[in-house]
Design a protein around this ligand. Structure first.
Ligand code: ACO
Length: 325
């Protein structure tokens, strides 16, 4: 027995920020952002808006699409790097908003690869017979941890959520193979130094801006391409497929230049790569499920398509999953 994605949903906050809006906040330009990243707009939560709302809405849309009732879901996995609260995370708030009652839930933190990791975990749990219906949500409120005085990072991120519902399916029909990796030597390429137990919140952590995301951009860039190439090839081996069998590639939406370099290395057709970062920017764990949901709803990805989902992120984690839709 294996598992397959039976429905999906996504959600973006209402507030859209253009590059011109960011020009008013930091010393940057639309020309620089588009040329270096491909990003034109991003969506951010409004002040005071609850981050869990994004995961709740995405989850509701996935459930509505398959007519699954909240009571019929056996497990909720909420993948995120920046939960509503360090404790108890985000999952309980999302579960409450979805009307779950005693359904188990947990947060999954695996950098921007969180959705891909979550998909492999959900598939394993369903394949083992432990659970039947698993709702997997990737959600991220990056605007809340963005340093608005750092032009190197603040232009890159957006908020959002994407969800998929997984059910048992005959092996070889839905999730076809996966490959997960972690390079712990790169743990500091992308990190948020304070607020955890190593460096709890204090006046000095606030003064040092330690509660914002820090990134070594060039290092991330150099690592991202070989990581996603290795993961894509590894997952295809696990699925006993080759690149020639792949209809669509959905890479983590971090930077158009990273995606272009990946496609070049894989020698993959640009027309069959899903890209929405120009509109939604980098939404971390939410980026792949939002892109997948949009492509499914647009009818670009159709039933029976072979799709590779691949990501890299903080940790450094990376991985890929091959699915048949
Ligand atoms: N506007 C204008 N100029 C800028 C900006 C900006 N927003 N940001 C940086 N610059 C300047 C720099 O100050 C630097 O100027 P200098 O030469 O006078 O010092 C110049 O542009 C070049 O800076 P670099 O950092 O070398 O620019 P680079 O071409 O590497 O692009 C970028 C930076 C876009 C961050 C790139 O390194 C990148 O995309 N890295 C990967 C980022 C990524 O994928 N992050 C997410 C991964 S994890 C996750 O998804 C949460």
């Amino acid at each position: 027995m294996g598992s397959r994605i039976v429905s999906s949903g996504s959600y973006l906050p209402a507030r859209c920020l253009t590059n011109a809006d960011l020009e008013k906040v930091v010393d940057t330009s639309d020309e620089w952002i588009v040329r270096r990243t491909g990003i034109r707009t991003r969506y951010h939560l409004a002040e005071g808006e609850e981050p869990a709302v994004m995961g709740i809405e995405a989850g509701k849309r996935a459930l509505a699409q398959s007519d699954a009732s909240p009571e019929s879901v056996d497990l909720l996995i909420a993948a995120t790097n920046f939960p509503d609260m360090i404790c108890p995370g985000s999952a309980p708030f999302i579960a409450a908003g979805l009307g779950f009652d005693q359904t188990p839930f947990f947060d999954l933190k695996a950098g921007c690869s969180g959705f891909v990791y979550g998909l492999a975990v959900a598939d394993g749990l369903i394949s083992s017979g432990m659970y039947k219906r698993v709702l997997l949500i990737g959600h991220e409120a990056l605007s809340r941890v963005t340093d608005w005085s750092d032009r190197k990072t603040c232009v890159l991120f957006g908020d959002g959520a994407g969800a998929v519902l997984l059910e048992p399916a005959p092996a070889g029909t839905g999730v076809l193979g996966s490959a997960l990796y972690g390079d712990n030597s790169k743990a500091f390429l992308l990190h948020l130094p304070a607020g955890g137990t190593k460096s709890p919140a204090s006046h000095s952590t606030v003064d040092e801006r330690g509660h914002y995301l820090r990134m070594e951009g060039a290092g991330v860039f150099r690592s991202a391409v070989p990581m996603m190439e290795r993961a894509t090839r590894g997952a295809l081996v696990a699925a006993s497929l080759t690149l020639a069998d792949v209809d669509w590639l959905i890479p983590h939406q971090a930077n158009l230049r990273i995606i272009d370099s990946l496609i070049k290395r894989l020698k993959f057709d640009r027309e069959r790569v899903v890209v929405n970062l120009d509109r939604v920017a980098n939404t971390s764990t939410a980026s792949i499920p939002i892109a997948l949901d949009e492509a499914l709803r647009q009818g670009r990805i159709v039933a029976g398509s072979v799709v590779v989902l691949t990501a890299f992120g903080a940790g450094a984690t990376y991985g890929a999953v091959v699915i048949r839709t």
